[in-house]
Write a protein that binds this ligand. Structure first.
Ligand code: CTP
Length: 398
């Protein structure tokens, strides 16, 4: 039984394909899973609660505010209980609500509250499925990490022919199995990721910094964590929080990041240096706030900070993989290849500001350059998708 002890929430929305869902629940149960069904009101027009309760052997969750056994954190308990959500069938209305963050019933609220993976099987009339609004919603959900099962093409309940049919129960069962069986490409690996900007103080209230948001580094830490790695994230000041299970070390200055990286690198198989350390620091940090009264201008003398990656070249052991980033405004590839060589990197991810500034954006367009110098340009995509591609690439480096 490959789904033994897996906790699965099966969401059922109001589409004709709901008649197939009891078959799916039976297969999941037979395979060892615990199944909790959550139905929308519309779903109960197509299939009864009694049928679903009988096959799942549990009461159906449907009401946001049930009159009996009501606990205010009902939706959070469900959201935390599940190892995975499978919504089959998922109507255009449900897809639209999830993509817009609308929580107006138990199912949409629980999905909004969960950190578990969510698999969605859009099932609807072909015109509704192909409607650009539905397609945009599905694209958005995909880019946010939702798993979208493409519908089958065939004859629909409305006697039209096209895409929109919910896959058969045994097909969805296989998707769920494959999800859990997917070999974790970085299991037993220790991955060190750095993220965010560094701050170099000028006086007790002012600092020099840069525009890094930390989003790329946090996405990489999550992707490595999802690939089975033990992840330590060293981050400069950001407004982000890592997923539970990722160790976070907060630092502020480049010197602090340098010390933390040196200490943690010794224990790591892979380093992904996505942080933007400050390149310059104040030559002298004023002990008291620099007052502006009687000043027309202020000159700061700056000195360069330590280059963290450069410093690791001497300590890098055989088999350790080091990945860097390059942020360039001109001659992006030439400069990146030079950095790859001088910093002895296994892979460099090149951001060219000519392709648009990645700062604080949820998406990015990059080129990957490996040790051979060969460049692979990727299209614009979400930082989350990009992180998965980079982590897959890194897992194949040796
Ligand atoms: N880096 C580092 N220590 C620094 C500055 C940068 O380890 N003090 C790392 C970054 O995390 C990145 C890589 O070096 O992985 C390249 O950073 P980038 O800012 O593109 O280039 P620099 O090496 O700082 O060179 P320049 O500013 O001249 O482009």
């Amino acid at each position: 039984m490959s789904l033994k002890n897996r906790k699965i929430i099966v969401g059922i929305t109001g589409g004709i394909a709901a008649y197939k869902t009891p078959g799916l629940i039976r297969l999941l149960k037979k395979d060892g899973a615990e199944v909790q069904a959550v139905m929308t009101d519309a779903a109960t027009k197509f299939i009864t609660e009694l049928t679903i309760e009988t096959v799942s052997q549990r009461p159906v969750a449907r009401e946001m505010f049930p009159k009996t056994r009501y606990v205010a954190t009902h939706h959070i308990d469900l959201a935390e209980w599940a190892d995975i959500f499978v919504v089959a069938p998922a109507t255009a209305n449900f897809v639209g609500k999830i993509a817009s963050g609308i929580c107006d019933d138990l199912l949409t609220t629980v999905i909004c509250a969960t950190k578990s993976p969510v698999m969605i099987s859009p099932s609807m009339n072909s015109n509704m499925y192909l409607n650009p609004i539905t397609q945009n919603n599905l694209k958005k959900l995909k880019s946010l990490g939702y798993i979208i099962l493409d519908p089958n093409v065939g004859e629909m309940a409305c006697e039209t022919y096209g895409p929109g049919r919910m896959p058969e129960p045994h097909e969805i069962h296989q998707f769920v199995r494959q999800f859990f069986e997917k070999k974790k490409s970085l299991s037993k690996k220790k991955v060190l990721v750095t993220a965010g900007p560094c701050r170099e103080p000028i006086d007790p209230v002012r600092f020099i910094s840069n525009r890094s948001s930390g989003k790329m580094g946090f996405a990489l830490a999550l992707a490595a964590h999802n690939a089975g790695a033990e992840v330590t994230l060293i981050s400069g000041p950001t407004s982000l929080a890592p997923e539970p299970g990722i160790e976070l070390i907060n630092v502020e200055t480049t010197e602090q990041m340098h010390k933390a990286v040196q200490r943690e690198f010794k224990k790591s198989h892979i380093l992904i240096m996505a942080a933007a350390p400050a390149d310059f620091k104040a030559g002298k940090i004023a002990g008291e706030k620099i007052k502006k009264a009687q000043r027309k201008s202020l000159s700061l003398s700056l000195s360069t900070t330590i280059d963290i990656l450069e410093g690791l070249k001497k300590t890098k052991k055989k088999g350790q993989v080091v990945v860097g980033f390059a942020l360039e405004t001109d001659n992006a590839l030439k400069n990146a290849r030079a950095k790859l060589k001088s910093k002895d990197l296994d892979l460099i991810i090149v951001n060219s500001l000519k392709d648009g500034a990645p700062f604080d954006s949820d998406s990015n367009k990059v080129t990957l350059v490996g040790r051979t110098g060969r460049a692979e340009s990727l299209p614009q995509m979400s930082k989350r998708e990009l992180a998965e591609i980079i982590v897959t690439k890194i897992s194949k480096l040796k």
